[in-house]
Design a protein around this ligand. Sequence first.
Ligand SMILES: [Zn+2]
Length: 109
Amino acid sequence: MKKPKWFLKCIEFVLPTRKTLVVEGDSPPNILPYRNLVLAREGGEDWAVGFMCPCGCGKKLEIMLIQEVKPHWKLMVDHSNRPTLHPSVWLKTGCQSHFWLRNGRVIWC
Ligand SMILES: [Zn+2]
């Protein structure tokens, strides 16, 4: 299932940018869209963001956004609903993908 980096890079720039969908709750749903991100928001607070690993391995990623949890990430969503995550995402197990998410696009490291 592992695709070469050049292939992933090409796909990312051919397909439309990823968007952010907001759901009510403290965690993203079990079934996630193919490309878009799902932001779990409860009580006006952003809790976590879920999305499928962009390498196509089928792994669901759940990125924590609350500051009390370590590690946590910062999610910024622009006026076109495009997500930016900081810092980069680095999976230490499985596919070991390492990428940035900027303005709705995955940038592979
Ligand atoms: Zn993966």
